[in-house]
Design a protein around this ligand. Structure first.
Ligand code: GAR
Length: 214
């Protein structure tokens, strides 16, 4: 039995993105570049960081994108922090939220505020190696392939229907860092592509499967 409702065939006509970051923002840069090079028909309405010192904020400013820094430590609860973020995103009429190295769990109310309209990129082949430092987890486990996943966000950590994955072989000569660097190249390729797929519509969710119409 399918537990999730099918999404409308033509979803997300609103192409205004809200990108959430916590760190360096290289995936944000990949999205910005894809828009600039017209590989992705979208507009970044705002970049929100939970850390004021996130280097990705400077990248956004350089690209002329509005930024908001909301320190989660200034809020009494996860719910309160998430409600503030929802407010910032709604104010700017964001239609799709893209987590790009945003290192905080989202509450159920945040996820419910953007049904099937939050994407996350994770540096492993989910469902393997959820959580922090996924590339090191994979390397230490000794898997022979790892990769990257873009998925629709549900309240569970690194869960949700998979939109795109890319496989990266783990080489005998790899360190966790060299593996992470090659995975990052694939992240930058598949994240803009997954955003395009979501915005173009013509997909549905069947159980936990993301299904594109032929
Ligand atoms: C990326 O590798 C992304 O996949 C990972 O954080 C890094 C952010 O890099 N995200 C997660 O681990 C989420 N669970 P970036 O700031 O350069 O895009």
């Amino acid at each position: 039995m399918s537990s999730r409702k099918a999404a409308p065939a033509k979803a997300a006509a609103n192409r205004r993105l809200g990108v959430l970051i916590s760190g360096r923002g290289s995936n944000l840069q990949a999205i910005t570049d894809a828009i600039a090079e017209q590989r992705l028909d979208a507009e970044i309405a705002v970049v929100i960081s939970n850390r004021r010192d996130a280097p990705g904020l400077e990248r956004a400013r350089r690209a002329g994108i509005e930024t908001v820094a909301l320190r989660h430590t200034d809020y009494g609860s996860r719910e309160a922090f998430d409600a503030a973020m929802v407010g910032e995103l709604r104010q700017r009429d964001v239609g799709l939220v893209c987590l790009a190295g945003f290192m905080r769990l989202l509450s159920g109310s945040f996820v419910a505020a953007f049904p099937n309209a939050i994407l996350n990129i994770h540096p492993s082949l989910l469902p393997a190696f959820v959580g922090l430092d996924a590339q090191r987890q994979a390397w230490e486990h000794g898997v022979k392939v790892s990769g990257a996943t873009v998925h629709i966000v549900t309240p569970e950590l690194d869960d949700g229907p998979i939109v795109r994955q890319a496989v990266v072989p783990v080489l005998p000569t790899d360190s966790a860092d060299s593996l992470a660097a090659r995975i990052l190249v694939e992240e930058h390729r598949i994240y803009p592509e997954a955003i395009r797929v979501i915005l173009d519509g013509g997909w549905r969710i069947d159980g936990r499967r993301f299904v594109e119409q032929p």
